[in-house]
Design a protein around this ligand. Sequence first.
Ligand SMILES: NC(=O)c1ccc[n+]([C@@H]2O[C@H](COP(=O)([O-])OP(=O)(O)OC[C@H]3O[C@@H](n4cnc5c(N)ncnc54)[C@H](OP(=O)(O)O)[C@@H]3O)[C@@H](O)[C@H]2O)c1
Length: 314
Amino acid sequence: MLSRTLTSRPLRHHSVHIIIAGGSGFLGSLLIKKLCSHGAKITLLTRNPNNVDAQPNVKIVYWDGQTLQLPPHEKPIDAIINLCGLSIARWWTPSAKNSITQSRVQPSKALVKWCLSTNKPPKTFVQISGIDYYDLNTTACNENDNHGNTFLARLSKEWEETTMPLQQSDTRLVIPRLAPVLARTHPPLLPLLLSTRCCLGSIAGPGSQYFSWIHHDDFVNIIHKMVHTPEMTGIYNVCAPNPVPYATFMRTLASICHRPLWLSLPSWFMKSLLGEMASLILDSRKVFPTRLSKSRHQFKYPEIQQALTQIIQS
Ligand SMILES: NC(=O)c1ccc[n+]([C@@H]2O[C@H](COP(=O)([O-])OP(=O)(O)OC[C@H]3O[C@@H](n4cnc5c(N)ncnc54)[C@H](OP(=O)(O)O)[C@@H]3O)[C@@H](O)[C@H]2O)c1
C-alpha cells in the first residue's frame, strides 16, 4: 500500500480522523480544507496518489476503488466520507452508464464491507447521493418522496442501497442527497458563467422548470455538521431552501454579470443536441431540505441572488 504524509503543524489533542474516499476531486478538496481547518486528520483514498498534492495533516493512500485494506496500526476512525464517482458529464451510452454506475457502487460496497469486517468500525459513514433520486415530475420533493425511474434516479437508489447493511451495525449512516454545488470553477456553474459572460447565456426549455442548488460553503458546513452531530442519521436533502425556476437562475446570473440574456433554446433542440442527458437541464427539480430546515439549520446562502453574487464577485 502506497502512502505519504506531510505534517507541518501538530494535530490538536482531540482531532478527529476521517477517511475520504474520492477526496481528490472538486467536493473532496473543499471538504478537506474545511475539516483540516478544524483540526481533523484526513486519510484520502485515491486511485492516483501521484496526482494528489501533499497537504498538512492529509495522508494519501492508494486503493483500487474495489477492495480496501488499511494497515492494522491505523488510528481509530471517526468517520468515512464516500465521494467516489465518475463524472456524469459524458455521453450516456450504455457503456458509459455502466461505468458511471460501477464507479459508485463498487467503491461503496468495498467501504461498507471493510466497515463490517473491521474490529474498530468508524463511528459515522457519510454516503453522498443526489437529488436526482426523486421522481422529478412531482411538484415538490422532500426526503419522504418516492424514487423516480430515470437513469440517475435508479443509479442513486442502487448507490444508496449498497450502504444499507450499515443500518444493522454500530456505524451511524448519513446519506446527503446533494443538489448541484455552485462554485465559480466547476460545473454546473462554470459553463453557464462563461457563456453568459460572452453574451451567450440562454434559457433552455420552458424556463419554468425548477433548479435546486447549493452554495459550496453551505455544502461543506452541512457535511462537517453531519460528521460531528451524533443525532443526525439517515437521509437529508442537501440543497438551499429556495429552489428557483431555471429562467430566474439565468436572469440572476446575467444581471450579476451585467450581460443581456436574449437566447432561448427550445426543448426539442436540447433533446436533439444532448439526447437523454438533456434531462439534466429540462427536468424540474423542486427539492426542499425539509429535515435540515426542521432542525433549524442556518444556511449561509439561502437565496440565489446572494449566493451567485458572493461566488461571482468574490
Ligand atoms: N459536484 C456536484 O455538484 C455534485 C452534486 C451531487 C452529487 N455529486 C456526487 O458527489 C461525488 C463527488 O463529486 P465531485 O464533483 O467531487 O466529483 P469529481 O471531482 O469528479 O471527483 C470524483 C472522485 O471520485 C473518484 N472516482 C472516480 N471514479 C472512480 C472509480 N471508478 N472508483 C473509485 N473512485 C473513483 C475520483 O478519485 P480518484 O481518481 O482520486 O480515485 C475523484 O476524486 C460524485 O459521486 C458526484 O456524483 C456531486
